[in-house]
Design a protein around this ligand. Structure first.
Ligand code: PEP
Ligand code: MG
Length: 627
């Protein structure tokens, strides 16, 4: 077992570069017995299969790089809006830390609670926030510069106070600086974490990874990922699966249970991590690793075989694509094109909104990389858990409202900001000359949204034609995501406006069950097999089939081989999934018979108890339905 890596001195003067709340947690930690040596197994959510054996590496947030910046008079309001947003984010972070106190030893709770209370107060209508707002206007300072200046002024005043308790003064001044640092991190999106320093072969540990963080991970360097936060079908989970990195999320108390450099065995399929494994756990981990590799080799042999049932029914198995880096994996998996290209990656880890050429170039690479097999390009689905840096701050600040998942998300936002939609439509129409594409609208809830988007689509097509680009008479199909209960229940009306449906079961389950798909605390309630979700899928599928309109499922359900008999039985013949899931799903399709699936689906749909449905689905054996 490796020893702890030496603590590196971070630029903000803290020995480990972590924010002070982590420091306080670490202080509390220090009161526990010295470095832990005992083996500890923790169960979390199985996110991305595969087994990793490696040393743990925690991702301390890098200190924010915030050079002094002046602004012009017309930037005062946007800067103030940035500050307001950063204060709100910081308050949420501190509240979350507070909610975690209960899991710490009592002694640590007593130490931390007043500190977090002080942070909360400073993030209210405090002198720091009030005067930072004033400085933005009076001194024309960028928000982070105003915060830093005000924090320094307050801390200097505290240190100059006549008080014998010098240690107490230093502590209070430190708290002010810490809050300023947190605000600066949130203002400068220091969430653009760099993972370049993670030693090769490490298992990355974090309290939380955002989808944008996940997009920066290099699967050839990182053996596995383990986090405390996150739900099974959140966007981070989807990214990790896409990258093929063995991952477990939702590991309660993980960050309090290890030291950097500890050995661990992570099993992404089982959803477990064993910290400081003994010889037996290590041997088991190695065995599981070999078994997984063998299974992948076996499944790899299915690549060239068709996805056809025993009675000759063909299934279309396509891949979802989150970032272009996945393209080679998609080719290896034997996908029949891309059923869902999530374009959010173009807006992540960058400050400026991409222009038409940037979109075009990205789409061109992908369309060409799939050899004309077809790509369904979904226009930007901003909002909810998918917070895009390029839109959230800076150039085009957007108001998220109190409940982002129910607010200006997906097509709602695009219709409010048609210039974003126009840029994407133009790039997609241009790329249609390179290969077959379809256009997909996210978060549709009413037919009018498809109608309104089609008007923009046709207007953009006219403009693109005027620019001399040849477009076919019939434009590429324009489809709607069915991912809210409202859309599913109005699918017959939406079907009259859309050219195809893609059923997004991740959001459909979230909105139907009122369970955040990215939230570890409620992940036990997130159940795509809940009868309510299944009935909505059935209703939407039937609405499309009645009109002989193409319909697919592109949520994470599509990549779960065990659910294929049910989805086929409901009439679905097209599934789009994480590329690595295709071989297993194909193996299942090749063992099925369509009549059996239909009979099985009828049996499942008669049930109203989610548990019973789960049992039936898990107990399905191809061929046994007829018996
Ligand atoms: C879905 O909601 O099921 C879906 C495919 O879209 P996303 O996961 O990108 O929200
Ligand atoms: Mg969705």
């Amino acid at each position: 077992m490796k020893t702890d890596a030496p603590a590196s001195k971070a630029a903000d003067g803290r020995p480990d570069g972590k924010p002070a709340d982590s420091k306080a947690l670490a202080t509390a930690e220090a009161k526990r017995p010295a470095r832990r040596t005992r083996e500890l197994a923790i169960k979390g959510l199985p996110i991305s299969p595969g087994v990793a054996i490696g040393t743990l590496y925690d991702t301390a947030e890098a200190p924010a790089a915030a050079p002094r910046r002046q602004i012009t008079a017309d930037q005062v309001e946007p800067e103030r809006a940035r500050l307001t947003a950063a204060v709100a984010t910081s308050r949420k972070q501190v509240a979350k830390l507070k909610s975690r106190l209960a899991i710490l030893p009592e002694e640590a709770q007593e130490e931390l609670e007043p500190l977090l209370d002080a942070y909360s107060m400073m993030l209210g209508e405090s002198r720091l926030i009030r005067n930072a707002r004033k400085r933005i206007e009076a001194e024309l300072l960028a928000a982070e510069t105003a915060v830093e200046d005000e924090a320094t002024a307050i801390a200097d005043a505290i240190l100059a106070a006549k008080d014998d308790d010098k240690a107490g003064l230093r502590r209070r001044a430190g708290e002010v600086h810490e809050i300023a640092r947190r605000l600066t991190r949130n203002l400068t999106q220091s969430g653009f974490r760099s993972f370049k320093d993670v030693p090769e072969g490490s298992i990355l540990v974090a309290e939380e990874l955002t989808p944008a963080d996940a997009a920066l991970l290099d699967p050839s360097r990182i053996a596995g990922v383990a986090t405390e936060e996150g739900g099974a079908d959140g966007h981070t989970a989807i990214m990790l699966r896409a990258l093929g990195i063995p991952s477990v999320l939702g590991l309660t108390d993980l960050t309090n249970s290890f030291s950097r450099g500890d050995a661990a065995v992570l099993d992404g399929g089982a959803g477990t991590i064993v910290l400081r494994p003994g010889p037996e756990a290590l041997a088991q981990g190695r065995e599981a690793m070999v078994a997984y590799a063998k299974e992948r080799t076996r499944l790899g042999k299915l690549r060239r075989l068709p996805a056809v049932t025993t009675d000759g029914e063909e299934m279309e198995l396509q891949a979802n694509l989150e970032i272009p880096a996945e393209l080679p994996l998609i080719a290896q998996a034997g996908a029949q094109g891309i059923g869902l290209l999530r374009t959010e990656f173009l807006f992540m880890n960058r400050r400026e909104v991409p222009d038409e050429d940037a979109h075009f170039e990205a789409y061109r690479q992908i369309v060409e990389g799939t050899d004309g097999a077809g790509v369904t390009i979904r226009v930007l689905d901003w909002g909810g858990e998918k917070d895009m840096e390029a839109l959230g701050e800076g150039v085009a600040p957007l108001h998220t409202g109190p409940n982002p998942a129910l607010g200006l998300r997906g097509i709602r936002m695009l219709l409010k900001r048609p210039e974003l939609l126009e840029v994407q439509f133009a790039a997609i129409l241009r790329v249609a000359a390179q290969g077959p594409v379809r256009v997909l609208l996210p978060m549709v809830t009413v037919p009018e949204e498809v109608r309104a988007a089609r008007e923009v689509y046709e207007r953009v097509a006219r403009r693109v034609r005027r620019r001399g680009v040849h477009l076919p008479e019939k434009l590429p199909p324009l489809g709607a995501m069915i991912e809210t209960p409202g859309a599913a229940l109005a699918a017959d009306a939406i079907a009259l406006e859309a050219d195809f449906f893609a059923i997004g079961t991740n959001d459909l389950a979230m909105y139907t069950l009122a369970v955040d798909r990215a939230e570890a605390e409620v992940s036990h309630l997130y159940d795509p097999l809940h009868p309510a979700v299944l009935r909505l899928i059935q209703f939407a599928t039937e609405a499309a089939l009645r009109l002989r309109m193409p319909v697919s499922v592109c949520g994470e359900m599509a990549g779960n081989a065990r659910l294929v008999p049910l989805l086929m039985g409901l009439g679905l013949r097209s599934l789009s999934m994480n590329a690595s899931a295709i071989p297993r799903v194909k193996q299942m399709v090749r063992a099925l018979n369509v009549d059996d699936c239909a009979r099985f689906a009828r049996r499942v749909m008669e049930q109203s108890d989610p548990k019973r449905i789960q049992e039936l689905v898990m107990g399905f054996t191809p061929g046994a339905e007829r018996g």
